[in-house]
Design a protein around this ligand. Structure first.
Ligand code: BG6
Length: 478
């Protein structure tokens, strides 16, 4: 790592998502959402991937998002802790069904709007700039049951109403917006990413791309409206990133890796360049995928590209053309072979800081737009002492190496990076597994996988470490 400093005004902070931290799932008029009805346990993946139907709470399951860490009633205390760490930004998301409980109403729910207004004001008290994800995996259940989720074009209209409401109400309070969290997750966890449940015999691939088209158009429309309402607004797309490496130097492995990467960059190609890439159009032709794309859609996409590219990065991935290779990484929603050169977390996610530098360079070379790392971190089992203190040197080590990789990408390679928000800056429910035990935070929350615990917050060792990183603008990492 060079000794260079991070750019002035670099946005250090942390990230959460509404459904993974707010709880209060039925408070102040909030409607039921897809993310509420995904339980912990072995049925979780079949449900989030749209293979198993669960549209309501069922007996015999535990639903962690119902209460989560109850940020809804603890936000003042939590934001004060973020302020103490010196956060410059806090990435959070809006629960759509707090604002429009069913999703297709004409008038928003004032209580929901008030809640987020209070949260944003609280952030500004500490000089924290909110970075708001408009939809982080959530979709009102009513829209799924009555309209079929994002496979329905009407969703664009409902989303438009949502964003217009948000941009107007929070003008002056929020400047940074992300339209859809990990938009490429539609392909891997479509119930979570787009409220899709597949009926027997349905053309699953076609439905996923149809829903993706609707989200892409909605995202472009949101970008347009954001700029109209306030020219100060900056809108970003959001990708679940992580470079694919070829398993060997066999050109067929390289080709496979390139195509895996393209299946993810496809979304950002549209959001950042404003048009569908030829490789996707050709692929759809070969696969017999077709759906309505209007001239107005194409114009909207073309004229409303994003201001910056945000992404999550946890690991690189490995692809091979050889289907007999089956030694996959455990736990990760994305399909990847194991990389023998890398260590892995307790959940089998492989650790690759250089992969972050590679990913930053690839995205920069592809789009030349400013980037924002909005998720990165280590999910680990923490063992607190009697005061709730955790000696999480493993987390510090993980983050330190990734900060160094970022520094290299900025100062050695010359990429443009706006900020860095670590995932789950306060312990919260895991999206992939529904566990509380998989912790990412600088702040420990006393709650377990069964929902037991006092919800007491306490600082981990990494709390003071990150505070020092921010205070020194990334120069003091030990
Ligand atoms: C990203 C999501 O996929 O990874 C987050 O945007 C999620 O919502 C994070 O929590 C970490 O994944 P997990 O499964 O460990 O919670």
């Amino acid at each position: 790592m060079t000794n260079s400093v991070f750019p002035k005004g670099f946005l250090w902070g942390g990230a959460t998502a509404a459904n993974q931290c707010e709880g209060a799932y039925n408070v102040d008029g909030r409607g039921l959402a897809n993310v509420d009805v995904v339980p912990i346990g072995e049925d979780r993946f079949p449900i989030i991937s749209g293979q198993k139907k669960m549209f309501d709470f069922e007996a015999g399951y535990f639903y962690p998002a119902k209460e989560s860490i109850d940020f809804y009633h603890h936000y003042k205390e939590d934001i004060a802790l973020f302020g103490e760490m010196g956060f410059k930004t806090y990435r959070m998301s809006i629960a759509w069904s707090r604002i429009f409980p069913k999703g297709d109403e004409l008038e928003p729910n004032e209580k929901g709007l008030e809640f987020y207004e209070d949260v944003f004001k609280e952030c500004h008290k500490y000089g924290i700039e909110p970075l708001v994800t408009i939809t982080h995996f959530d979709c009102p259940m009513y829209l799924i049951e009555h309209y079929g989720g994002w496979r329905n074009r009407k969703m664009i209209e409902f989303y438009e109403r949502l964003v217009r409401t948000l941009f107007t109400r929070y003008k002056g309070l929020v400047k940074y917006w992300l339209t859809f969290n990990e938009i490429n997750m539609i392909l891997h966890a479509p119930f979570m990413g787009a409220g899709l449940y597949f009926e027997e015999g349905e053309n699953v691939e076609e439905t996923k791309y149809l829903a993706a088209h609707h989200e892409l158009v909605a995202s472009a429309l949101a970008t347009k409206i954001a700029h109209e309402v306030d020219p100060e607004n900056k809108v970003g797309c959001m990708l679940a990133a992580g470079q694919y490496y070829p398993n060997t130097c066999n050109p067929k492995d390289y080709w496979q890796a390139m195509n895996e990467d393209r299946s993810n960059y496809f979304f950002i190609d549209v959001q950042a360049r404003g048009e569908y890439p030829n490789y996707a159009k050709k692929q759809w032709e070969r696969d017999g995928i077709s759906f309505e794309i209007t001239d107005e859609d194409l114009q909207l996409l073309k004229e409303n590209t994003v201001d910056f590219i945000s992404f999550s990065y946890y690991s690189s991935r490995v692809a091979s053309a050889d289907p007999s290779l089956t030694d996959k990484t455990a736990g990760n929603i994305f399909d990847s072979l194991k990389n023998p050169y890398l260590e892995a977390s307790e959940w089998g996610w492989q650790i690759d800081p250089l992969g972050l530098r590679i990913t930053l360079n690839t995205i920069w070379d592809r789009y030349q737009k400013p980037m924002f790392i909005v998720e990165n971190g280590l999910g680990a089992v923490d063992t607190p002492d009697e005061n709730g203190y955790v000696e999480d040197d493993y987390r510090i080590d993980y983050l330190r190496e990734h900060v160094k990789a970022m520094n290299d990408a900025i100062n050695v390679d010359g990429v443009e990076l706006l900020g860095y928000t670590t995932w789950g800056c306060i312990d919260l429910v895991s999206a992939g597994t529904g566990e509380m035990k998989k912790r990412y935070g600088f702040i420990y929350v006393d709650r377990d996988n069964e929902g037991k615990g006092t919800l007491k917050r306490s600082k981990k060792k990494s709390f003071d470490w990150y505070k020092q990183v921010i205070a020194s603008n990334g120069t003091e990492l030990d």
